[in-house]
Design a protein around this ligand. Structure first.
Ligand code: NAD
Length: 263
């Protein structure tokens, strides 16, 4: 099993459609011991119910907009696991009114909120969890790496109608992946992103005309289909495992090849 004996935390499970939930299942199937977080009390019961079905024993609150909750999460993970082998960041948020119409009409508040929750949170989590992920103390040098993985979308690199402020947040997130990879690489911590194709989830429902994106994939993507959360999760497990021990600062598209197309 690819993640046998590995301990990790996954942020971003909201319900059974969440990409984070598919990653949790795939990581569990590969032998990982998991902790799951929930954004607030509204999500707690649903996350615990899902996690319990996998035998998950550790649940922590973490609103990534609050520094104290990020610090408390790192403290709890230290007490629970001692060391952390991986961290999955599958978190994003923008106001619904910012995900329609023209990007030019983005509000200051809407811009800052999308950046804070969807992009800066990765950096804040890496800072707080760095001591737990640090592999530089291994006797024989860095033999096993630690892995940080985030989720992004094509809208961070190209214009996708209505994705707007979230596209700009994903661009910042992808740049953060490269800067964090450079900072944390010497500690044996890899930082990567999976760029998923459109999938019907709670967050995606907030993007105006999202169903049009889904409808176009079977005609336009090289693999002639939409991707599933399971396909995204399998690629994610690769990054979390030592199979990807030589890979950092990377954005991997799991989108049935759609990103490769011009017209
Ligand atoms: P989702 O709604 O299931 O997951 C988003 C998660 O973000 C939820 O669990 C929510 O609780 C969490 N969240 C929002 N604000 C938060 C906060 N302040 N603190 C902590 N958590 C917070 O939707 P999803 O599609 O599974 O999204 C997961 C990731 O995948 C996101 O980064 C999203 O942008 C990305 N992504 C999604 C798609 C898609 O089409 N669904 C495509 C590419 C990338």
């Amino acid at each position: 099993m690819l993640l046998s004996g590995r301990k990790g935390v996954i942020l971003g499970v909201a319900n059974k459609r969440s990409i984070a939930w598919a990653i949790a299942k795939a990581a569990h199937d590969q032998g990982a011991e998991l902790a799951l977080t929930y954004a607030n009390d509204r999500f707690k019961e649903g996350v615990v119910e899902l996690g319990d079905s996998l035998g998950v024993k550790h649940y922590f609150p973490c609103d990534v907009g609050r520094d104290q909750e990020i610090t408390a999460l790192a403290d709890s993970l230290k007490k629970t696991f001692g060391q952390l082998d991986f961290l999955v960041h599958a978190v994003a948020f923008a106001k619904k009114e910012e995900l329609q119409g023209g990007y030019v009409d983005t509000s200051r508040e809407g811009y800052l909120l999308a950046q804070e929750i969807s992009s800066f949170s990765l950096t804040a989590l890496c800072k707080a969890c760095k001591p737990l992920l640090d592999r530089s103390g291994q006797a024989e040098g860095i033999e096993r790496t630690a892995s940080v993985l985030t989720l992004t979308y094509l809208g961070g690199q190209r214009v996708v109608p209505n994705y707007n402020v979230m596209g700009v947040a994903k661009a910042a997130l992808e740049a953060s992946v490269r800067y964090l990879a450079a900072d944390l690489g010497p500690l044996g911590i890899r930082v990567n992103a999976v760029s998923a194709g459109p999938i019907k989830t709670l967050s995606a429902a907030g993007v105006s005309s999202f169903s049009t994106l889904l409808d176009q994939m079977p005609d336009r993507a090289p693999l002639r289909k939409n991707v599933t959360t399971e396909e995204v999760a399998d690629a994610s497990v690769f990054f979390l495992s030592e199979m990807a021990r030589g890979v950092t600062g990377e954005v991997l598209f799991v989108d049935a090849g759609f990103h490769a197309m011009g017209l």
